[in-house]
Ligand binder design. Structure first.
Ligand SMILES: C[N+](C)(C)CCCC[C@H](N)C(=O)O
Ligand SMILES: O=C(O)CCC(=O)C(=O)O
Ligand SMILES: [Fe+2]
Length: 460
């Protein structure tokens, strides 16, 4: 593949690179111990690039800072695909991607994100380079494009960085570019109301337990709908626990690990009674509320006990549309919560929290954290905020309890359900008789790790 890179007035060609040897060895000032191997490796004259090229650096590269390096690349199809990289007048490195989109990167950002094995541990995926040892104004001496990689030789330490162009585009920030074709389209969330009852997301236990595709289908349901049912589950605690562990290890809490409970007040919580429970999310009193909750009803000799599910994202959207003032109140005023029913137990979150939580970067709703029964005393709000809170709460509760938003379903032995506890509220009708429910909690991050790896094949 013919590669040409024009930097300023000098022209460098692959293979017959005509370069003037004029590099000034830059000695790192008190380098971080681990930075030395990386720095020495970069300086080593015998260090070869992945391809047949070998470089030494010319002073002429200094002219790089103002001129543009136009790189044309003949790809396998023969037509020229314009990928160019140049150092802009503000010293950022601009990259024009195959579709013409341009984004800029600070030299220190690119150097800090170098993925070579001496800067980024190939197994642990951890940074090895000591960021503080990188000059803040580090500049490239030479840049080349080889297939889908941008190669940079850095002026300061002669280190060779290789950056995958798709990776670079995915992680662009100035501006943030729309994902390129190589990035799998993310699965958009599907908000739902009571009508989901006609088409519940259900997978088969055998598929989930015995195949990657089966697990992927279940994870996709939970990711897209916030809820995923599994049929064909043997009506035993063992099979149910194994199903939970298929997603990730279980989160232990003061209720234990895998729970198998009935209305015996084994724990000081109304879940361990025959009372009805209004739609809620669990563990609002933990600083990091649990991410997923698995339920599997094994026995019930009595009446009632139907299960309730409500898509908190759908209800929030309705609130935002119909009562924007209330949406804002529940997105800003912070609540307290506690779990205090067990002996020697009083759990409260380290910081108070809004019921509707938004990502500060994207401003997207990422968590509904609502349990009116577990909401604790609050005396931190201003008097006007107290009134505002209750007014907003009423609008929220009216929507949560609207029959058009409620999915009522009777769980039975054999049908388990996994609920995204940061999105979907759950509840229960009061019941009579003996009712045995099993299940477990999973941490949010452990769940999302499985989505990233099993579903999205994401790597760092
Ligand atoms: C699930 N399990 C039965 C173990 C406990 C239920 C805890 C319910 C508690 N009020 C909360 O909302 O967190
Ligand atoms: O008993 C049920 O169906 C659910 C009870 C509950 O909300 C819980 O266990 O978190
Ligand atoms: Fe609950």
């Amino acid at each position: 593949m013919a590669l040409r890179i024009r930097i300023g007035t000098a022209v460098y060609r692959q293979g017959s690179a005509r370069v003037l040897k004029a590099c000034r060895r830059v000695q790192p000032s008190s380098p971080h111990p681990r930075a030395v191997p990386a720095f020495v490796a970069a300086l080593s004259p015998t260090r070869k690039l992945a391809s047949s090229q070998s470089f030494s650096v010319a002073a002429a590269a200094r002219s790089l800072s103002t001129s543009s390096a136009a790189v044309s690349r003949n790809n396998t199809a023969g037509e020229s695909v314009g990928v160019s990289a140049w150092v802009d007048s503000d010293s950022t490195i601009a990259v024009r991607f195959p579709d013409g989109a341009v984004s800029r990167f600070h030299g220190i950002w690119l150097r800090d994100h170098c993925r070579c094995p001496s800067c980024f541990h190939p197994v642990t995926k951890q940074r090895l380079i000591d960021t503080s040892s990188i000059p803040l104004n580090i500049k490239p001496a030479v840049m080349t494009v080889e297939q889908t990689k941008l190669k940079i030789e850095w002026e300061a330490d002669k280190h060779q960085s290789t950056v995958d162009l798709d990776w670079l585009r995915t992680n662009s920030y100035a501006p943030k570019l729309p994902a390129g074709p190589a990035v799998a389209a993310t699965r958009p969330k599907r908000l739902w109301d009571a009508s989901i009852a006609d088409k519940l997301p259900v997978v088969q236990y055998a598929d989930v337990m015995n195949s990657e595709e089966g697990l992927r289908a279940w994870l996709a349901d939970i990711d897209v709908y916030g809820i995923g049912f599994v049929d064909g589950v043997p009506a035993t605690p063992k099979a149910t626990e194994e199903l939970g562990r298929r997603v990730s290890f279980i989160r232990e809490t003061h209720y234990g690990g895998f729970w198998d409970f009935s209305a015996n007040l084994e724990h000081g919580d109304t879940a361990y009674t025959q009372l009805g429970l209004p739609a809620h999310t669990d563990t609002t009193y933990f600083t990091d509320p649990i991410g997923l909750q698995l339920f599997h009803l094994l026995e019930h000799t009595g009446k009632g006990g139907e299960s309730l599910y409500v898509d908190g994202f759908h209800v929030a959207e309705k609130l935002r549309e119909t009562h924007p003032w209330s949406y804002n109140i529940l997105s800003t005023l912070r609540m307290s919560a506690h779990s205090a029913g067990d002996k020697n137990t009083l759990i409260e979150p380290s910081i108070k929290f809004p019921i509707l939580n938004h990502d500060p970067v994207t401003n997207k709703l990422y968590q509904v954290r609502f349990n009116n029964d577990d909401r604790s005393v609050f005396s931190h709000l201003r008097p006007t905020e107290v009134k505002d809170f209750y007014a907003a709460l009423k609008e929220w509760t009216t929507l949560v309890r609207s029959p058009t938003n409620e999915l009522w379903t009777q769980l039975r032995p054999g049908r388990a359900v996994m609920v995204d506890n940061w999105r979907v509220l759950h509840g229960r009708a009061p019941f009579t008789g003996h009712r045995r429910l099993t299940g477990c909690y999973h941490n949010w991050d452990d769940y999302r790790s499985r989505v990233s790896t099993v579903l999205d094949k994401k790597t760092m």
